[in-house]
Design a protein around this ligand. Structure first.
Ligand code: PRP
Ligand code: MN
Ligand code: MG
Length: 181
């Protein structure tokens, strides 16, 4: 059932599932000759749902780690400042890293994180995002694995929130303007 706060559904649960399986297969193919474990780093909280679905679609040994970062808080526009609320548990030196995000919008979060983690000398570092809004980019981000490009609309569901709500919707939808205006 569709939440009454949702204008329209952008990606149904089925569409998301299909794309996530494809991304997992693509990643497994790219790392198939790597004997090492691939460190999948989920950027919480937005990436929580995408992360757990995606890692199960990667047929290669992976390890989990998580960072909690926040730049939006209760606002609809990025504060431009990235707050690290929880850093990685493990050293990433010499490891293959994939940063897993729900959405790349202004690029602030990913640009900041990639630079910060690059300095810790991983063997490789890639970015996987389910969604990207190129029209909103302020800082450039090279996305290695992308689910879908989206228009500049306020999206929620499948991990994406507005003021911490709607993350548990099984689909991704456009939030009605009346909810945040
Ligand atoms: C959202 C989203 C990304 C980031 C993208 O996180 O999950 O992490 O913003 O925006 P950017 O490209 O403009 O940086 P948010 O800060 O809302 O925290 P959350 O993941 O806990 O919702
Ligand atoms: Mn986030
Ligand atoms: Mg958020």
């Amino acid at each position: 059932m569709m939440s009454e706060d949702i204008e329209r559904i952008c990606f149904s649960a089925d569409e998301i599932r299909t794309r996530v399986q494809e991304l997992g297969a693509e990643i497994a193919r790219d790392y198939k000759d790597a004997s090492e474990t691939v460190y999948c780093v989920g950027i919480l909280k937005g990436a929580a749902i995408f992360f757990t679905d995606l890692v199960r679609a990667i047929a290669h040994p992976v390890a989990f780690d998580f960072m909690i970062v926040s730049s939006y808080g209760e606002a609809t526009v990025s504060s431009g400042q990235v707050k690290i609320l929880k850093d990685l548990d493990f050293s990433i030196e010499g490891k293959h890293i994939i940063l897993i995000e729900d959405i790349i919008d202004s690029g602030t979060t990913m640009h900041y994180l990639k630079q910060m983690l690059q300095a810790r000398k991983p063997k490789s570092i890639k970015i996987c995002a389910l969604l990207s809004k190129p029209s909103r980019r302020v800082v450039p981000v090279e996305i290695d694995y992308l689910g879908h490009e989206v228009e500049d609309e306020f999206l929620v569901g499948y991990g994406l929130d507005y003021a911490e709500k709607y993350r548990n919707l099984p689909y991704i939808g456009v939030l009605k303007r009346s909810v945040y205006e």
